[in-house]
Design a binder for this molecule. Structure first.
Ligand code: NAD
Length: 264
């Protein structure tokens, strides 16, 4: 345990279970002294998230579906009442119809394109605008993105397009909020087996490919992402904003397969 985040209060959105990236970040910031609030999307997840919140020693567990404006407003009204101030926000939310995380991007429907962009991209902006009001003493906002924003990855499709827009949003938000000492950054995580990832066709192949072809010859863990989360959410990174920080065992620097990679 450390004290890098002692005295800081943050909202963490996107814990679905103990394999969620948001959970890895939550554990890491709490281990550094932060106090957190968690949200859950719908009653089905409530009973999973409540015991996890208890493990973190928090009883601030609130519902929020980002497609429902009233629930987002209610969340921030409640935070204002209980805490009055916010120091950090973790946005670890994405959704797309899993039928379209397979096959060709060109076949994406207008309906799923719009829904994917709303949940996976616009929600960051909608939340940042509300968080800004509570970040009266500066703040740090992070979101989660993936290399499929930069390069074509098999089956990532519309989610890759949404992540590209999300990364651009990080830069625009950083420019808007910087005057108030609110920083906005993204972590581009390598593939991790989570609930959301299980919707992507051939995800096991992608995991194996990354393991064999990244400089560190492994995939990343929740703990790896948690550590980088502490860096970006704490004052350690106080001079950093608008950045997309890769936590991917170095995969993004690789131009070709590793020579020692076995066939898969
Ligand atoms: P996860 O399934 O554990 O988390 C996704 C979360 O999004 C869930 O908690 C879900 O409740 C939430 N969510 C979806 N729709 C929502 C809505 N309408 N309102 C509120 N919440 C909603 O999976 P994860 O992999 O931990 O995903 C977290 C983030 O990390 C996502 O943005 C994902 O794209 C990103 N990411 C994941 C990987 C990976 O390989 N797992 C890699 C890079 C980036």
């Amino acid at each position: 345990a450390g004290t890098l985040m002692a005295g800081k209060r943050g909202l963490i959105m996107g814990v679905a279970n103990n394999r969620s990236i948001a959970w890895g970040i939550a554990k890491a910031v709490v281990a550094q002294g932060a106090e957190v609030a968690l949200t859950y999307q719908g009653d089905a997840l409530k009973k999973r998230v409540q015991p996890l919140a208890a493990e973190l020693g928090t009883n601030v567990v609130l519902p929020c579906d980002v497609t429902d404006k009233a629930s987002v407003d209610a969340l921030f009204a409640e935070l204002e009442r209980t805490w009055g101030r916010l120091d950090f926000l973790v946005h670890a939310i994405a959704f797309s119809d899993k039928n379209e995380l397979d096959g060709r991007y060109v076949d994406t429907s207008e309906e799923n394109f719009t829904q994917t962009m709303l949940v996976s991209c616009y929600s960051l902006t909608a939340l940042a605008r509300r968080a800004e009001k509570l970040m009266t003493d500066g703040g740090s906002i992070i979101t989660l993105t993936y290399y499929g924003a930069e390069k074509v990855m098999p089956h990532y499709n519309v989610m890759g397009v949404a992540k590209a827009a999300l990364e651009a949003s990080v830069r625009y938000l950083a420019a808007d909020l910087g005057k108030n000492n609110i920083r906005v950054n993204a972590i581009s995580a390598g593939p991790i087996k989570t609930l959301a990832a299980s919707g992507i066709a051939d995800f096991r192949y992608i995991l194996r490919w990354n393991e064999y072809n990244s400089p560190l010859r492994r995939t990343v863990t929740l703990d790896d992402v948690g550590g980088s989360g502490v860096y970006l959410l704490s004052d350690l990174s106080k001079g950093v904003t608008g950045e997309v920080h890769h936590v991917d065992a170095g995969y993004h620097v690789q131009g070709m397969k590793n020579e020692d990679a076995p066939d898969i």
